[in-house]
Design a binder for this molecule. Structure first.
Ligand code: PEP
Ligand code: MG
Length: 325
């Protein structure tokens, strides 16, 4: 299949005024690790490893995980691949893990909270990741980090597993970037503190919006409150972006917003440097970003931070784009 954007497949993603960003793919299986290159992906910004744990009756072995991670890294031919450790719970049920019943699963036992309580499972995943790290450009990311203690504990376990592998004579890449998702408002507010202890942030707006607006992302009755364009969301994203840049770190965004034509200009203006999305959207977004000027988008973003409602933001951006594109 050809499209009018095909000539963008091997092009960098550059704004009209020469500012370069990265467009990466969100993937859920090893089969996608290389096919996304045909969609113009410059890397994988999010591999949701929970899908390795779903659709089977037992935990995936270390070997199975290793083969999967290795296959993605090799398939991506040296391009960066961000692999996120297990994010179960919330909307992601894995029956064979027998997670306890909870009346508020989104506020409960999920993601890094689960991994830190199940260190044997967590270390198995970390070992598989570290063993795979010599086959490509791996970056490791922790989901739903809420406190600094969680981050430090996860990093401590990663280092412990790494030392064990090295002591056993197993090769691992010693310079893996370690990042975390920013999906919880408390984490966005404390981003200046977190930024000192990670190499990058990836903003998970699917969750960040629901937690900021206190509106379940799956509940139709409160869907009117699930507002990606609410200025509150952009103020949080600005805090995260500024905090990262003050420490010389980079910031990506891997929620649905990364491919949203209203959000992209604002995110560009706020300094987000990696947009990770469904691979099928990449070329269209690249073509779009080529028409925008980052200098202009910076002014636009500044204005958005002072707006009052999501509706105001949406109207303002639509109007501005009519003038710009
Ligand atoms: C997010 O929350 O934005 C995200 C990318 O993670 P997930 O959709 O897997 O919860
Ligand atoms: Mg999430």
């Amino acid at each position: 299949i050809t499209s009018k954007w095909d000539h963008f497949v091997h092009q960098p993603t550059v704004t009209k005024d020469g500012h370069q960003v990265t467009l990466a793919a969100n993937i859920v299986s090893e089969k996608e690790g290389s096919s996304v290159l045909f969609n113009g992906a410059e890397g994988v910004g999010l591999f949701r490893t929970e899908f390795l744990f779903m659709g089977r009756n037992e935990l995936p072995s270390e070997e199975k995980q290793f083969q999967t991670y290795k296959s993605i890294l090799v398939g991506m031919q040296g391009k960066p691949v961000v692999i996120r450790t297990l994010d179960v719970g919330g909307d992601k049920d894995v029956p064979h893990l027998h997670l306890p019943y909870e009346s508020n699963p989104f506020l409960g036992y999920r993601a890094i909270r689960y991994s830190l309580k199940e260190p044997v499972q967590f270390e198995t995943q970390l070992r598989a990741l570290l063993r795979a790290s010599v086959f490509g450009h791996l970056k490791i990311m922790f989901p739903m980090v809420t406190t600094l203690t969680e981050l430090r504990t996860a990093k401590m376990l990663l280092n412990k597993v790494k030392q064990e592998l090295l002591n056993a004579g197993t090769q691992v890449n010693e310079n893996i970037e370690i990042g975390m998702m920013v999906e919880v408002p408390a984490t966005a507010i404390m981003a200046d503190v977190f930024a000192k202890e990670v190499d990058f942030f990836s903003i998970g707006t699917n969750d960040l919006i629901q937690y900021t607006m206190a509106a379940d992302r799956l509940n139709e009755r409160v869907a009117y409150l699930y507002q990606p364009y609410n200025p509150a969301i952009f103020r949080l994203i600005k805090m995260v972006s500024d905090a990262a840049h003050n420490q010389g770190k980079w910031v990506g965004l891997c929620g649905e917003m990364a491919a949203d034509s209203i959000a992209i200009p604002i995110l560009l203006g706020l300094g987000v440097e990696e947009f990770s999305m469904n691979a099928a959207s990449i070329l269209q977004v690249r073509s779009y970003i080529h028409q925008l000027s980052q200098t202009e988008m910076r002014k636009l973003a500044e204005a958005v931070l002072h707006m009052e409602t999501a509706e105001d933001v949406q109207q303002f951006i639509q109007q501005a784009l009519n003038d710009v594109c």
